[in-house]
Design a protein around this ligand. Structure first.
Ligand SMILES: C[S@@+](CC[C@H](N)C(=O)[O-])C[C@H]1O[C@@H](n2cnc3c(N)ncnc32)[C@H](O)[C@@H]1O
Length: 222
C-alpha cells in the first residue's frame, strides 16, 4: 500500500460517526444505488471504497459474492462488524495503486463517493476496469462538481466545533467522462441526483445537483 495519507487517517476518525451523522450525500447515494443496480443474483460485485458498509449491507443478500475494498482500517472494522456473511470478503487496499486482481472478476464493479478523494482519476478507473469480467458494468456515484468546492466536500461534523474537511479534489464532468473513456469504457447512463429526491430533503432547498452517476461498459473490441 502507499504511505498512509491524511485522508485515510480522517476516515479512521470518521468511522465512529459516519453512519449516524446527518449526511444527505450518503443517503442520496444509497437511493441512487437502489435504482441503478442491475439484477445481481448469482453474480460477483466488487465494491471499491466500501466505507462502513452502508451499501455492502444492502448488496450482500442480492449477490453470490461480494468483495469490498477500502484503505481505512476504521471504516473496514465497522463494515466487517456490520456484514458477517461467508460470501462477503473485505480487503484493505489503496486504490491509487493497482490492487490485487479479484479471483473471478466482478460482474458489477462500483465506486461510490470515493473519487472526490482521488487526484488522478484515470489510473484508478483503469484499476477498476481491470477488475471487470466480460460484459460487466462499472457504476460510479460521486459528489457533483457543481456542489464541490476543492478542499470542502466530505467533512466530519463535530458538536460545537468546526468540521474537519477530509480532503477533496473537484473533478468537472468532462474530466470524469474522459477518464472513463481512457479506461476503455463507454458511458451508457449518466444521471444527476438532487436533494429533493430524498424522502426527507434537508431544509437548505439547494436546487443544484448533489450527485452524478455513471453506468459504463467495456467498449466493443475491433
Ligand atoms: C465517503 S466514504 C464512502 C463509503 C461508501 N462507499 C458509502 O457510499 O458510504 C469514502 C470511502 O473511500 C475510502 N477511500 C478514499 N480514498 C481511498 C483510496 N485511495 N483507497 C481506498 N479507499 C479509499 C475511504 O476510506 C472511505 O471509506
Amino acid at each position: 500500500m502507499k504511505a498512509r495519507s491524511p485522508i485515510q487517517g480522517a476516515y479512521d476518525q470518521w468511522s465512529a460517526t459516519y453512519d449516524t451523522q446527518i449526511n444527505p450525500t450518503r443517503d442520496l447515494d444509497a437511493l441512487a444505488l437502489k435504482s441503478l443496480l442491475p439484477d445481481t443474483a448469482g453474480k460477483t460485485i466488487i465494491e471499491i471504497g466500501c466505507g462502513t458498509g452502508k451499501n455492502t449491507l444492502w448488496l450482500a443478500p442480492r449477490c453470490a459474492r461480494l468483495v469490498a475494498l477500502d484503505f481505512s482500517t476504521g471504516m473496514l472494522r465497522v463494515a466487517s462488524e456490520k456484514v458477517r456473511q461467508p460470501h462477503v470478503h473485505f480487503v484493505q487496499a489503496d486504490i491509487r495503486s493497482p490492487f490485487p486482481l479479484i479471483k473471478g472478476l466482478g460482474d458489477v464493479v462500483m465506486i461510490n463517493l470515493v473519487l472526490e478523494h482521488i487526484e488522478k482519476l484515470t489510473p484508478v478507473l483503469e484499476h477498476a476496469a481491470a477488475q471487470m469480467a466480460p460484459g460487466a458494468v462499472l457504476i460510479i456515484s460521486e459528489y457533483h462538481p457543481d456542489r464541490l468546492i476543492t478542499g470542502r466536500g466530505a467533512r466530519i461534523e463535530r458538536d460545537g466545533e468546526e468540521p474537519i474537511w477530509v480532503g477533496s479534489y473537484r473533478h468537472p464532468l468532462a474530466e470524469f467522462e474522459s477518464a472513463i473513456e481512457s479506461a476503455g469504457l463507454k458511458i451508457e447512463d449518466r444521471r444527476e441526483w438532487f436533494e429533493h429526491q430524498l424522502p426527507e430533503p434537508p431544509p437548505s432547498g439547494d436546487t443544484r445537483p448533489l450527485l452524478i452517476t455513471y453506468k459504463s461498459f467495456q467498449k466493443a473490441k475491433g
